[in-house]
Design a binder for this molecule. Structure first.
Ligand SMILES: [Zn+2]
Ligand SMILES: [Zn+2]
Length: 310
């Protein structure tokens, strides 16, 4: 049996937000109000990722939440309109190897080639940070424009701000292309909340102890799933069948490149809490699953790979 690491030896899945904005950049909420809103919504950890200004600080020190250090960086690409790379950068605490300072500011830049974006990514990685490729649909990029970028541990497969306002970045466009090209890149649901109502609509559920180092390690290893509502309890392959167990949903979709595909649906007015599919490990390198509840909210597993990385 191969059980997904997100569901092995789980004590508690930590609920976390990896991408949000405050009045420190162009968000509407004060940092302490944004933090308190997440605590009220059951979050265990949160990164305040304001544009080009780094944050380590818990602006609401009286509430119990782990602040993941971070910020959002960007580079503009040629041609008019919105055409850019946005990158969320998250890293360890200052005394655990983070090269950045509280409130350190960074410039934006116009670039012509992928190499120039890679220089910015390399700078973030050299300072101990991990990076997430953000909202590719909203950014107006093509797969070939961000596929060459190296070192992103994850990409956004749901971005609440883009989903609510523009109906884009709602369901993992490009993710299977990246996986099929051999990138072991994880999918994350985030909010990118600027307005208060955009916060707390998409999150990750991480199989980790509650401290910054452990959370970052678990994220890097893909020991998490993403959700806008449903809970996932297990995901594994046994005897050439993949199985998922989850909270009450109306459909379960198994996704991988190449057939067989399968959508497991509840009967009209009913719900299901598990599903399975036959898998042929010779025709695909991974399988992942997406569940949808009666309100249309999704949760996504990370892929289960059938082979070790090369
Ligand atoms: Zn952005
Ligand atoms: Zn953002």
């Amino acid at each position: 049996m191969i059980r997904h690491s997100a569901f092995v030896d789980v004590n508690k899945h930590l609920k976390g937000g990896l991408h949000c904005h405050t009045t420190r950049s162009d968000g509407r909420g004060e940092p302490d109000d944004v933090i308190r809103l997440h605590v009220e919504n059951g979050y265990d950890f949160l990164a305040l990722t304001d544009h080009r200004i780094y944050n380590f600080k818990n602006f609401a020190p009286d509430v119990n939440i782990t602040i993941i250090p971070g910020m959002e960086m960007d580079r503009s690409l040629p041609r008019g309109g919105i055409h850019c790379h946005h990158i969320v950068s998250i890293g360890p605490e200052k005394d655990k190897g983070n090269g950045f300072e509280q409130a350190q500011r960074f410039p934006t830049a116009k670039i012509e080639t992928p190499e120039e974006c890679q220089e910015m990514l390399d700078m973030l990685h050299e300072n101990g940070n991990m990076t997430i490729y953000c909202h590719p649909e909203w950014s107006g990029v093509l797969l070939e424009e961000f596929e060459p970028l190296k070192g992103n541990f994850a990409m956004e497969i749901w971005n609440s701000g883009c989903a609510i306002e523009d109906g884009v970045d709602t369901n993992a466009l490009y993710w299977d292309d990246m996986l099929d090209k051999g990138h072991r890149i994880w999918g994350v649901a985030t909010d990118d909340g600027h307005q208060m109502y955009q916060h707390c609509n998409g999150w990750v559920m991480v199989n980790s102890e509650n401290n910054v180092s452990a959370i970052l390690d678990a994220l890097k290893e893909g020991k998490f799933y993403s959700s806008c509502g449903p809970e996932i309890y297990d995901f594994y392959v046994e005897d050439s069948k993949a199985y998922i167990k989850c909270s009450e949903v109306v459909q379960i979709q198994f996704v991988h490149k190449r057939a067989p595909y399968r959508l497991v649906k509840a009967a009209e007015g009913e719900t299901i809490t598990e599903g399975s599919i036959n898998v042929y490990t010779g025709s695909t390198e991974y399988i992942r699953a997406v569940v949808t509840d009666a309100q249309g909210r999704r949760a996504w597993t990370n892929p289960l790979f059938f082979k070790d990385p090369q």
